[in-house]
Design a binder for this molecule. Structure first.
Ligand SMILES: [Zn+2]
Length: 60
C-alpha cells in the first residue's frame, strides 16, 4: 500500500480547503401550490410531483 512520505503543510491543506464553497440549493416554484421546492423532488408542501399527488402530507 502506498503511504504518503510527508504530511502536507498547513498552508497546502488550507489552500486545498479554500476551494470548498457553500452551495445554495436551486429552488423552483411548485406548479401546484406555488411554494418554493427543490427541482426533481416531490413538493414538501403539497406532495405533488409531475401534476399528481405522490406523497400524502399528514396534517398536524
Ligand atoms: Zn406544492
Amino acid at each position: 500500500m502506498p503511504v504518503p512520505k510527508r504530511r502536507h503543510s498547513n498552508s497546502r491543506t488550507n489552500k486545498r480547503r479554500a476551494n470548498w464553497k457553500l452551495v445554495k440549493p436551486n429552488l423552483v416554484n411548485c406548479s401546484h401550490c406555488h411554494q418554493p421546492r427543490m427541482p426533481h423532488r416531490a413538493c414538501p408542501n403539497c406532495g405533488y410531483y409531475g401534476g399528481r399527488e405522490i406523497v400524502v402530507i399528514k396534517e398536524v
